[in-house]
Design a protein around this ligand. Structure first.
Ligand code: 13P
Length: 270
C-alpha cells in the first residue's frame, strides 16, 4: 500500500477510460453498468479517486440516462469537440451539446485526432478555449512520436505542443486543465513508457505550466499518463509525484482490468 501516491493527494487522481471507436450504444450501457457494479462491490470512494469514461458520441445520451437514473458517480465526456459553437460544420459536435448531455470533460488533441484528422495546434488551441466556453474541462493530450523520442527531443517537442495549445488561457483555466502525456509510440503497442519516463515528462509539463501561469495554478493542474496502461503497471506509474492519473485505451474496455486500475491503491507496491 502506498501512502504517498501523488504526494499527499494534493490533486484528486483521475482514472479515465477512452473507449475510442468501440462499443455501440447498447454495448456501452452494459459496460458502464458492469463497471459501476464492480466498483460498488469494491466500495470504491469516488471522492478519493475520480473515474471518467469517454464513449463515442452516439453512446452519450444512453450514458447520461444511466448515470442520472442510477445516480452513478462516474463522470463522462466526449472524445472531441468542435472549435465552433454551431452552424454549417457537417459531422462536428459542439461543446454546447456535450455540456447539455452532462459531460464534465472532453478530450482535445488525442494523437489519433492529430494524425488521422490532421488537427493542428492552432485548431486545438481553439478547441481548448471552446471547451471552457461551454463549461467543459478539456483533457489536452500531448506527446511525441517514436522518431522524436529516438532523437531525444521528446521534452522540447511535447512542451512546444503544450505552449501552443494553452495559449491565451487564464491562470484559473490552467488550474482546471487536465493534460495527458501520451507518447504515440506507447499507444496500443504494449510498449509502456516507464514510470520514470512518465514522471520526467509530467515534471517538465508542470514546470512549463508554472512558468506560463504561475506556481499556484500549476500545482492544481492534473497531469495524466496514457499509453498501454494496464492493471499490472498502473500503480507504479501513479506512484510518481507529478502523475495524477492515467488515460486508458484498450484496457478500459475490460471491466475487471479497468476497475483494477481504478483501485490501484489496493495493489500499489505489490
Ligand atoms: O490512447 C490511449 C488513451 O487515450 C492509450 O491507448 P492504449 O491504452 O490502448 O495504449
Amino acid at each position: 500500500m502506498t501512502t504517498s501516491a501523488n504526494g499527499a493527494f494534493e490533486r484528486t487522481p483521475l482514472i479515465a477510460g477512452n473507449w475510442k471507436m468501440n462499443m455501440d450504444h447498447v454495448q456501452a450501457i452494459t459496460l458502464l453498468q458492469k463497471l459501476a457494479w464492480t466498483l460498488d462491490d469494491a466500495k470504491h470512494d469516488y471522492a478519493r479517486v475520480e473515474v471518467a469514461v469517454f464513449p463515442p458520441f452516439t453512446d452519450l445520451r444512453g450514458v447520461q440516462t444511466l448515470v442520472a437514473g442510477d445516480d452513478l458517480a462516474i463522470a463522462y465526456g466526449g472524445q472531441d469537440l468542435s472549435q465552433f459553437d454551431s452552424g454549417a460544420y457537417t459531422g462536428d459536435i459542439s461543446g454546447a451539446f456535450l455540456a447539455k448531455l452532462g459531460c464534465r470533460y472532453v478530450l482535445v488533441g488525442h494523437s489519433e485526432r492529430r494524425t488521422v484528422h490532421g488537427e493542428t495546434d492552432e485548431t486545438l488551441n481553439a478547441k481548448v478555449k471552446a471547451a471552457y466556453k461551454h463549461g467543459l474541462v478539456p483533457i489536452l493530450c500531448v506527446g511525441e512520436g517514436l522518431e522524436v523520442r529516438q532523437a531525444g527531443t521528446h521534452v522540447e517537442h511535447t512542451l512546444a505542443q503544450l505552449r501552443a495549445d494553452v495559449e491565451g488561457l487564464t491562470a484559473d483555466q490552467a488550474a482546471q486543465l487536465v493534460v495527458a502525456y501520451e507518447p504515440v509510440w506507447a499507444i496500443g503497442t504494449g510498449e509502456v513508457a516507464g514510470p520514470g519516463d512518465a514522471q520526467e515528462m509530467c515534471a517538465a509539463l508542470r514546470a512549463e505550466l508554472a512558468a506560463l501561469f504561475g506556481e499556484e495554478s500549476a500545482r492544481a493542474t492534473r497531469l495524466l499518463y496514457g499509453g498501454s496502461v494496464k492493471a499490472a503497471n498502473a500503480a507504479a506509474i501513479l506512484a510518481e509525484q507529478d502523475v495524477d492519473g492515467v488515460l486508458v485505451g484498450g484496457a478500459s474496455l475490460d471491466v475487471a482490468e479497468f476497475a483494477s486500475i481504478v483501485r490501484f491503491e489496493s495493489h500499489a507496491g505489490a
